[in-house]
Design a protein around this ligand. Structure first.
Ligand SMILES: Cc1cc2nc3c(=O)[nH]c(=O)nc-3n(C[C@H](O)[C@H](O)[C@H](O)COP(=O)(O)O)c2cc1C
Length: 367
């Protein structure tokens, strides 16, 4: 089953992912990965850093002639900004410039970031040593892993889309830019809500038999691991808590032409942690970006005196990018549950298992 590790600092040389557990025989379209990486970088409200970077993936193992070998795949995304940071973030002592390191030292932790808790936890008095890995830059390479997962899902007719529903309090799409411009002018930042939809999932992904096999739980864990995501809802979600059961649950119907069917999808495609064949609908709430130009009150960890939190070039709003990262994370979790059910060492074997299952449920359940 797909598992992966990522490595890399925000201003380090590069970001890396090693993916293990993908079947052999999958076509890898590098251009498709790069297109998604570009989309992640865009989106109104991102910082100047995104103008420096031009994320492109290099694959250095696990793929031959554009096709997976079933062996670990290594992805690398270079940080173009590295040339400006080598003397601050360099691996060896010799390349570091003490004066530049001092200049870029972070000693006034930013509320809403891992800075202070991370500094205490890892005993680091230059909070840059926390910022660099806690940064959402890591999600660039996670997005690349997600695109590969999407390529696998595509082989089974499954697609994933997303949509930004809200920026700050604004729900009218036409006013999103205006809201972001206003926040920028005020030195502030904004969060929002996005929705992810999985089209055409087969019935029976995930399981109720054990807590760690529930697809709803695994989706929530993956999405919540995206920096700044603070709320997840599936289907009707939080609204369901205010309504009686008769208005929340999707009643079941049957006709010989359609088989089993529902007239609603309040469950968001998941019942008991298992896909029920309806599209999966998940919404995520993203908190506003915590680094503010206007500055939040903090403490200088050296003098213990009051100070304004450090400011480092920052996005105003990253909800559009987070939606794409959300798609990637959902693709990864879906791929894992697809492999759990139809697993095989090659794509052909996996497809055969999938076909057999479809044949079986058609015969026995008229689906
Ligand atoms: C795509 C993306 C871009 C982000 N850009 C920034 C940024 O420029 N500045 C910032 O302070 N936080 C940014 N964040 C949010 C922080 O990464 C996040 O709030 C921080 O890591 C703390 O984690 P937590 O909010 O999950 O507790 C971004 C998040 C995402 C998903």
């Amino acid at each position: 089953m797909l598992r992966f590790l990522t490595a890399g600092e925000s201003h380090g040389k590069s970001l890396v992912a090693i993916i293990e557990g993908l079947p052999a025989g999958l076509n890898i379209d590098v251009e498709e990965i790069n297109r998604e990486l570009k989309k992640r970088q865009l989106g109104y409200g991102r910082s100047k850093r995104m103008e420096i970077e031009e994320d492109k993936v290099e694959i250095i193992s696990g793929v031959r002639g554009g096709i997976t070998l079933g062996t670990p795949i290594t992805l690398i995304i270079e940080n173009k900004d590295w040339v400006n940071w080598e003397s601050i973030m360099g691996v060896t002592k010799e390349v570091l410039s003490l004066s530049l390191c001092k200049e870029r030292e972070l000693i006034c932790p930013r509320p809403g970031h891992a800075d202070l808790a991370g500094g205490i936890k890892y005993n680091q008095t230059d909070l840059r040593n926390v910022l660099e890995r806690a940064s959402a830059r890591e999600t660039a390479v996670r997005t690349a892993v997600g695109v590969i997962a999407k390529l696998l899902l595509k082989e089974f007719g499954i697609s994933i889309t997303s949509q930004v529903l809200q920026i700050g309090k604004e729900r009218d799409e036409k006013k999103f830019k205006q809201e972001i411009d206003k926040a920028k002018k005020e030195g502030d930042s904004l969060g929002g809500i996005f929705e992810i939809r999985v089209n055409n999932p087969p019935i029976g992904l995930g399981s109720f038999v054990h807590w760690d096999k529930r697809l709803d739980g695994n989706l929530a864990r993956g999405l919540m691991s995206i920096p700044a995501i603070k709320g997840i809802e599936i289907g009707i979600g939080f609204k369901g808590a205010n309504l009686p059961g008769s208005q929340v649950h999707d009643e079941i119907f049957y006709s010989s032409s359609q088989g089993f069917y529902r007239k609603t999808n309040w469950a968001g495609g998941l019942e008991g942690g298992v896909t029920n064949g309806e599209p999966i609908i998940v919404r995520c709430a993203m908190k506003p970006i915590p680094t503010l130009k206007r500055g939040l009150r903090s403490i200088n960890i050296k003098t213990k005196g009051p100070s304004i939190a450090s400011y480092e070039r920052s996005d105003i709003c990253a909800v559009f990018s987070a939606a794409l990262i959300g798609e990637a994370v959902v693709a990864i979790e879906l791929t894992r549950s697809l492999q759990e059910k139809f697993g095989g060492d090659s794509l052909e074997e996996m497809k055969q298992n999938y076909k057999n299952y479809q044949k079986m449920i058609k015969l026995k359940w008229n689906i």
